[in-house]
Design a protein around this ligand. Sequence first.
Ligand SMILES: Cc1cc2nc3c(=O)[nH]c(=O)nc-3n(C[C@H](O)[C@H](O)[C@H](O)COP(=O)(O)OP(=O)(O)OC[C@H]3O[C@@H](n4cnc5c(N)ncnc54)[C@H](O)[C@@H]3O)c2cc1C
Length: 259
Amino acid sequence: MKHPATRNTIYAEEARVLEQHARPAAQFVMKFHAPQVAAHAQPGNFIHLQCDPGILMRRPMSIMRAERNSNSIEILYKVHGEGTRLLAQRKPGDIVPLLGPIGVPFKLAGYRKFPLLIGGGVGIPPMVFLAEHIHKSSPGIRPFAILGSEIPFPFQSRPSQIMLKDLPGDVIATMPLLDDWGIPCRLTSLQGYPGCYSGYVTDLARAWLDNRDYVSPDDVQAVIHDVMRHRVLLSYEAEADGVTVDQLIDRLLDRVPVP
Ligand SMILES: Cc1cc2nc3c(=O)[nH]c(=O)nc-3n(C[C@H](O)[C@H](O)[C@H](O)COP(=O)(O)OP(=O)(O)OC[C@H]3O[C@@H](n4cnc5c(N)ncnc54)[C@H](O)[C@@H]3O)c2cc1C
């Protein structure tokens, strides 16, 4: 029986695997035939999929692309534990039960003229979906995407064909898919990948928002609390002493000399 509060917006599908492509560092791009999810997905949505018949608990994955013409959706995932390890073994033709689309999508109208799309690691797929949506629905809007990764990017980067004057001249690496859509994009990493900005996505974003073509130590300091806060685990002793993560980051800032 249908619950009166049911909105009927989430579909259960027996999705058929169409493609499974291995990318560097145990990352995979997977394409499914999933007509209902493809028809209703919006940027920001995710699916809950059953990685393997032996694992009942579904895993959430962001939708990276949804094509209504081909009734297909794409995800990009990194092998993390048992579920994603088994998911990586699924082959074209296999059936993967999934639920979707789930979640509140991004605001998809009334864009500012120059929206800034920022995503790192598994935060990249929703930005690709949003970039494609803007590209197809809003020709007057000119987004700029900054994507970061500390493992090799899940695509072959290349020098961008789109010049941007307010960025360091050596930061030229881009995601080809976005470049081909005419959307400027730049990549960031601390791993020294060619053409990438050496720092966090937020450092480059701040410099760009300030219309500067260089990144200063102030930029790093301005975002360091937001970037680091959820990555630091305090020891029991520190917690017992009432030390907060922000205080710890302040101490680090005091100790590390500005280059
Ligand atoms: C909204 C959302 C979107 C995401 N999008 C992406 C994406 O686009 N790409 C991507 O790579 N990752 C994404 N992730 C992360 C992804 O969901 C996890 O990496 C994935 O669930 C890992 O599954 P695993 O089985 O490989 O790892 P595991 O660590 O084995 O399991 C994942 C979680 O399930 C728990 N678990 C496992 N088995 C059981 C059990 N029997 N009972 C209870 N709990 C159990 C684990 O404790 C763990 O918390 C997203 C996560 C969220 C919340």
